[in-house]
Design a protein around this ligand. Structure first.
Ligand SMILES: O=C(O)CCC(=O)C(=O)O
Ligand SMILES: [Fe+2]
Length: 177
């Protein structure tokens, strides 16, 4: 988070302080994908973005994660024993859109079972997450609403992970020009 702050030309403790990272909420997710006889007819996890700031992902060496870039899906080939770090929704909101939450999905395969484990590292449970004031001043306006993380988790987590309307889309402030 210090590196993120500095890359935004903010004080290196800015993100930590604004989102009370000392009391950060972490969500631990385990995914099991059994082999599937018709992988092209099934989906492992539908397209979604993750909640929180950064997700750490590991898997059992079986590929299956795909990320979206310019409307196309790409396979992720992660080196063995590596931890993949993804940018999440609340970091996109906090940076007023400078960092982009990564859209991803998981596919299944015929032969091998796949297991993945994710840790979604979020702000403090009671932190209010909205675009950082100094970034909004530079940009002229906030492009996302603010919301407390607890409320988000209670109301959105299940919906967005199961492929409902994305949380980010719901938070966009419609600008009338
Ligand atoms: O199985 C994977 O590699 C991705 C899992 C995932 O996107 C998630 O748990 O949010
Ligand atoms: Fe995910």
């Amino acid at each position: 988070m210090e590196a993120a702050s500095e890359s935004l030309e903010l004080d290196k403790h800015y993100v930590d302080q604004a989102l009370n990272i000392n009391s950060m909420a972490q969500i631990f997710v385990g995914n099991y994908y059994p082999p599937c006889p018709q992988p092209d007819q099934a989906v492992g996890i539908p397209p979604h973005t993750d909640s929180g700031l950064l997700t750490f992902l590991i898997n059992n060496g079986v590929e299956g994660l795909q990320i979206e870039h310019h409307g196309k899906w790409f396979d992720v080939q992660s080196p063995p024993n590596s931890i993949l770090v993804n940018v999440d929704d609340h970091l996109e909101i906090f940076t007023n859109g400078r960092f982009k939450s990564l859209k991803h999905r998981a596919v299944v395969n015929k032969e091998r079972e796949r297991i993945s484990i994710g840790v979604l590292n979020g702000p403090a449970w009671d932190a209010i997450v909205g675009p950082a004031v100094s970034l909004v001043e530079k940009d002229g306006s906030a492009i996302y609403h603010s919301m407390d993380y607890k409320h988000y988790l209670e109301s959105q987590l299940t919906k967005t992970r199961l492929g409902g309307k994305s949380f980010l889309e719901q938070q966009i402030i419609i600008q009338d020009n």
